[in-house]
Design a protein around this ligand. Structure first.
Ligand code: F6R
Length: 261
């Protein structure tokens, strides 16, 4: 794992957006895996800015989102369909038919999960998967103790995750307990995983992901088995790491071609 520590959340987002933009410029017809939540908001804002000011081109990009709530219609303000439309898609030149988000409103969820997996394969696999991390170590909505080889499926949210996200729902009865999410096995097949984490509430999960044992108690620790993972964290999220100097040393000694812009 490559671990990049930055002073602020803004610097984390900026670097994340530069990595995505670099891929888009090198491979305009790339397949992006996208995340929702608070963490990638500034990164999406920066991609929109690059589209508007530097003509960053999304016209050939294909996207697959990690997850969606079960039972929320796509136009519900808390649905991830709504989130992606408002925070990225409607501001850049991506054809909507090139974007994919699990359909948590599908009448046949199990069939839909299989179709979603197949659609990723048909697109040639994911080049770059963006990830946030839950305070309990989830990625996508793969909660602790779930299989580390899982595929896209219907999952039950933990009480911790429900509490972490409760403030997004003004009516607590509307907060879904179920989601459709790419599995850990699905995520591990992306060619490059880029994980962003900001804030002290993520420091435990970040430590477990990077320095803990590979364990289903911290699903993100499965990323240790992936050949190419870039973790970008701010100082508060890095606070519990035992070896920050080692990560800085590695970054300082990268060869030119290994460096990000
Ligand atoms: C969202 C997702 C989740 C979030 C995680 C962190 O698509 O897959 O794993 O990345 O819950 O959420 P925030 O960024 O809101 O702290």
């Amino acid at each position: 794992m490559e671990v990049l520590i930055r002073d602020t959340a803004d610097e984390v987002s900026l670097l994340g957006s530069q990595i995505v933009a670099q891929l888009l410029r090198r491979k305009p017809r790339c397949v992006l895996g996208l995340a929702t939540g608070r963490t990638p908001l500034r990164l999406y804002g920066e991609l929109i800015r690059l589209h508007q000011t530097e003509k960053l081109n999304f016209s050939q990009v294909v996207t697959f989102n990690l997850d969606e709530y079960v039972g929320l219609p796509p136009d519900h303000p808390q649905s991830y369909h709504h989130y992606m439309r408002e925070n990225l898609f409607r501001h850049v030149n991506i054809p909507l038919e090139s974007t994919h988000i699990p359909d948590g409103y599908s009448a046949d969820l199990r069939h839909h999960c299989k179709e979603y997996e197949q659609a990723i394969i048909n697109a040639g696999g994911i080049d770059l998967q963006l990830l946030g991390i839950g305070s309990n170590g989830h990625i996508g909505f793969n909660e602790p103790t779930g299989s580390l080889r899982s595929r896209t499926w219907i999952k039950i949210l933990s009480e911790k995750t429900l509490r972490d996200n409760a403030s997004n729902f003004s009516n607590p009865d509307e907060q879904p307990r179920h989601v459709v999410t790419m599995g850990i096995g699905t995520i591990l097949e992306a060619r490059h995983c880029v994980v962003l984490a900001c804030g002290s509430q993520k420091s435990n999960a970040v430590k477990e992901m990077i320095e803990g044992p590979v364990s289903s108690m911290c699903p993100a620790s499965a990323l240790q088995l992936h050949p190419r993972v870039t973790v970008i964290v701010d100082t508060p999220a890095a606070a519990r790491l035992d070896h920050p100097e080692h990560y800085r040393w590695i970054e300082q000694h990268k060869l030119d071609w290994q460096k990000y812009p």
